[in-house]
Design a protein around this ligand. Structure first.
Ligand code: SF4
Length: 608
């Protein structure tokens, strides 16, 4: 039976080396099995690797970048603005992806496409224009070195329209900083795994999109009715107002009280001066407006302005929790204006704030412990809370100057250069850790360690549940919790929606089952959708193991096992290494992978 609706059934394949843009019809089996977003991307990356005998340099022209919204992106339903960017990651060398909010994905769908893939390398710095079915690769060398926000404006001006949506890289992407991100809508980011460097390696400064097509929907009345119910449910939730007011900044106080807030490069897990960088401080002195992704009533984005002092005039969309924690408490900064300035710099250079905060924190601690010399730091000392030195280091990373050139290559290169830094850097598979300290809960450590992209919280954010329900969870329960998150969460990226309404406002999984059926006409049940979602987790595991990863890469960094939290509610806690290994054994068993973390022989055939 054919899929009734929900797709244009079109893929635009761009080869920047050949200068070609080819529209390709998508097969129904591909749409049905992989759904969209991360599902499309994982399958296309797998096929590209197979075509190159699994020898692809993440920064080589042969690496494939896939940009994919989902069948729900851009529709009238809650928080439907998500679009996935998928590729081999320059941070880890294996599978990588990152999801962007805003309205770029909605615009891409309105141009009549379900997925865009980009390979090759343009001769000159270029912009890919997708304009209602007309596609062009436009050389724009004049954009070299321009910041993200500036580029967004310049591209719109050059193309003569402010209705065009622009996803762009900054200097960091051009300079192949391995944790460079892609920005759109001012500061919505595909932040993690270095997708900005993949664009830079292709000489692709930006993708500009404009579309005016109606999106295909099987049962529009049914969808509207379901959407109305979901919006009402969200609006009536007890935390709805809090989310509108503070967005993710409300997590600062929660994480501090729970003892999971990174402070001083994860030496500690709470911050004594939290009151200076929390949601109340933002509301009292800095917030001037809200921002939201496409069709999202939560509008978790905060627009902040510094009105006085040395950073006067700094205006930022943000910070959200991760940025405030990693560029604030993790670096010993208690000045909210300085956090805003650092966030603005990262946005303009196009740098992932989580990776930057980790690497700068490690550099400060490395200097404190005598691992890094003054000479290593180019003669400029750096200490906790030293705002100016920290801002200078962000600039040096973006431009690859001095020590910034080593930090720009990410954790693995830093450890290779100074092996003792291995004890200070929080990373898994080369991806620097998100802002939730896993020493408070072993399920979070397992989630980070087994994540296909490295230490990123959105794969399985289990810490809150584990803390909330106490410490006497059995290993069985912890493993099942991690696997459930890893199974469900790809589905949000495949459908093209934000997962926050599910996490924070209790919008249950069945809503998404009904949205999917209304849009596509497919009578899929939630278990069927979850099976497809789980297949993607198996597929990305296969990609990683074919690229050489195994149990030896599902490890947690030194501090998690051997450096107890110093103060606060989790003081003294570490994750016992032997307990962790037992969890990992059980995890592999339940996944059906062998004791080395390798999926069963024969699984590959499912994806051919
Ligand atoms: Fe965007 Fe926040 Fe809404 Fe998610 S909750 S769609 S990140 S505004």
């Amino acid at each position: 039976m054919s899929i009734k609706s929900g797709y244009f059934k079109k893929h635009l394949a761009v080869d920047l080396s050949a200068g070609s843009c080819t529209r390709v019809d998508l097969e129904e089996s591909f749409l049905r099995d992989y759904i969209g977003g991360r599902g499309f991307g994982a399958k296309m990356v797998w096929d590209n690797l197979a075509a190159h005998d699994f020898k692809v340099d993440p920064l080589g022209p042969e690496n494939l970048l896939v940009i994919a919204p989902g069948p729900l992106t851009g529709l009238y339903l809650p928080s439907s603005g998500k679009c996935s960017f998928i590729s081999l990651s320059p941070s880890t060398g294996v599978y990588g992806d990152s999801s962007m909010g805003g309205s770029f994905g909605a615009e891409l769908r309105q141009s009549g496409l379900d997925v865009l893939s980009i390979t090759g390398r343009a001769e000159q710095l270029s912009v890919l224009l997708i304009d209602n079915g007309e596609n062009k690769i436009l050389p724009m060398p004049e954009l070299e070195g321009k910041g993200c926000l500036e580029t967004e404006g310049l591209v719109k001006e050059a193309l003569g329209s402010h209705e065009i949506n622009v996803a762009t890289i900054g200097p960091a992407g051009e300079n192949l900083v391995r944790f460079a991100c892609v920005n759109a809508d001012w500061s919505r980011n595909a932040g993690r795994t270095g997708i900005g460097a993949v664009m830079g390696s292709k000489n692709l400064k930006a993708v500009a999109v404009r579309g005016a097509k109606d999106l295909p929907v099987h049962d529009l009345d049914g969808l509207i009715a379901e959407a109305e119910k979901a919006y009402a449910y969200m609006r009536n939730h007890k935390f709805f107002d809090l989310w509108q007011r503070e967005g993710l900044m409300n997590v600062m106080e929660y994480a501090n009280a729970a003892g999971i807030l990174p402070s001083y490069n994860f030496k500690d897990a709470s911050f004594a001066r939290i009151g200076q960088i929390n949601g109340d401080t933002m509301l009292d002195s800095y917030k001037i407006g809200d921002s939201a992704c496409f069709s999202c009533p939560m509008c978790c984005g905060n627009i902040c302005l510094v009105k006085q002092g040395k950073y006067i005039g700094t205006v930022v969309e943000g910070p959200e929790y991760e940025t405030c924690a990693m560029l604030g408490s993790n670096l010993g900064i208690d000045n909210f204006a300085a956090v805003l300035r650092a966030a603005q710099a990262c946005d303009e250079y196009g740098i992932d704030t989580i990776s930057a905060g980790n690497l700068i924190g490690a550099a400060i601690e490395g200097y404190e412990k005598g691992i890094l010399s003054l000479k290593d730091l180019d003669g400029r000392p750096i200490t906790w809370g030293d705002e100016e030195a920290i801002l200078d280091l962000i600039r040096k990373i973006a431009h690859r100057e001095g020590i910034g050139d080593i930090l720009a290559n990410g954790s693995l290169q830093v450890i290779e250069t100074w092996p003792e830094m291995d004890k200070l850097i929080l990373q898994v598979k080369g991806l620097e850790q998100s802002a939730y300290d896993s020493r408070a809960g072993a399920s979070m450590a397992l989630a980070y360690a087994t994540s296909d992209i490295g230490a990123h919280h959105t794969r399985a954010w289990t810490i809150a549940k584990e803390i909330e329900l106490g410490k006497d969870w059995s290993n069985e329960e912890k493993v099942e919790l991690v696997i459930y998150h890893q199974t469900l969460r790809p589905l949000f990226d495949m459908l093209g929606v934000c997962r926050l309404p599910w996490i924070e406002l209790g919008l249950n999984e069945q809503h998404y089952e009904r949205f999917y059926s209304s849009v596509t006409g497919e009578p899929a049940t939630l278990p069927e959708l979850l099976e497809k979602s789980n297949r993607i987790y198996d597929l990305t595991r296969l990609i990683n193991t074919r690229l050489g990863m195994s149990r030896a890469d599902d490890t947690m960094p030194y501090k998690v096992h051997s450096a107890p939290v110093q103060t606060g509610p989790t003081a003294g806690q570490v994750i016992d290494k032997k307990d962790f290994e037992r969890l990992l054994d059980l995890y592999y068993q339940k996944r059906g992978w062998d004791s080395n973390g390798i999926p069963a022989a024969g699984l590959e055939k499912q994806y051919s």
